[in-house]
Design a protein around this ligand. Sequence first.
Ligand SMILES: *Cc1c(COP(=O)(O)O)cnc(C)c1O
Length: 430
Amino acid sequence: MKLYSTNNKDHQVSFQEALFRGLPPDNGLYMPTAIPELPSSFFEKLPGLSFQEIALEVTSALLSEEVPVEVLKSICDDAFDFEVPLVEVSPKVYALELFHGPTHAFKDFGARFMARIMGYFLEKSGEQIHILVATSGDTGSAVAQGFLGVKNIKVSILYPSGKVSPLQEKQLTTAGQNISALEVEGTFDDCQAMVKQAFLDQELSKKCGLSSANSINIARLIPQSLYYFWAYGQLQKQGLPVNFCVPSGNFGNLTGGLLAKKMGLPIKHFIAATNVNDIVPQYLENGQYEPRPSIATISNAMDVGAPSNFARMQALFGDSWEEMKAEISGYAFDDDTTQEVMVRIQKECDYPLDPHGAVGYLAIADFLQDKNEIGVFLETAHPAKFHEVVKATTGLQPVIPPKLEALLELPKESRLTPPTFEALKAYLVE
Ligand SMILES: *Cc1c(COP(=O)(O)O)cnc(C)c1O
């Protein structure tokens, strides 16, 4: 697979280069120059395939020129070794539960796949890298778990002391092995500034093989297309059109779905669901793309004012607003409406929505109305990850999954670090 930069079609790189660079030097985003269509034989056998078999077929079609199929097979088998249930919440409305991985949010798919594919290339070249991540909570834990035990990669996570939830802190500080946590005596902004400065220091960066695990890495996007095939395969026998609704922030998850459709999956329509940070729904309505500072909400993983994958969405529609509008409908909901539906669905359907999934449910229910069609909304996080909001809203404490519960008992291991670049540098050199 060759990739180009959305800022310069002539800048083309291999998958390996895009993987390790993360971003093109011109600050565009990497996109495949061509997206292969999968053969009809694949779609015929889709309902009988396991998630891992689907993952292998799809990733092979994209990457087999650079990664041998048997390597892709072991990467897919290992990265996607958890369940991905599709649950009918109300008639014809399904939750695709993407939260059964180690950190209980959908970002596990991207992080685990990217880590293993990086591990493959590093083993081949004999190089080692050191990944630095600044986190305010969730991204850090997906990266920590994703890279855990991957050879030739060391990961250091910087988080602001006292400013992440107790559960998040345990997720960051108990992994062990190749994962270290720096507990920074400052804010998230300090953590981010320290990491940024380390990358800017070219001598240090080179000496330590510094690399990032950027959320817009192309290797995180590819695995986010897989579960659309998986869900579709299970619904195919009903013979009804299938629509997908994606609770969105940076729109990586929705872009994964667009990729699946380009590869031939006959998805009828996409619904982009947001909280009051409705930059994309606004664009879909009036053609004006107006990023603005984000507003804090209860579905905080979607509090994004300048969605980083928007350029990729535009590229997939040849920069045409009309074409994007024809395939994606936008919906936005405020916190009150989100909480109302969490209460109602708990009561009527006995299904605990997390605040992100709740936004998705609202949008797909509104979109479907009396249509004789199927709607799938992506449930992006386990309700227990947002147990404070869920409890305050529904009065019910979500069941904490045993794996998360067990973490609370483990001893925290972190290195207390002053909020300065010098402190980070001293750590890295050592
Ligand atoms: C990251 C995240 C989202 C938003 O996904 P994007 O790909 O950024 O649109 C939604 N829900 C949860 C729980 C997330 O962690």
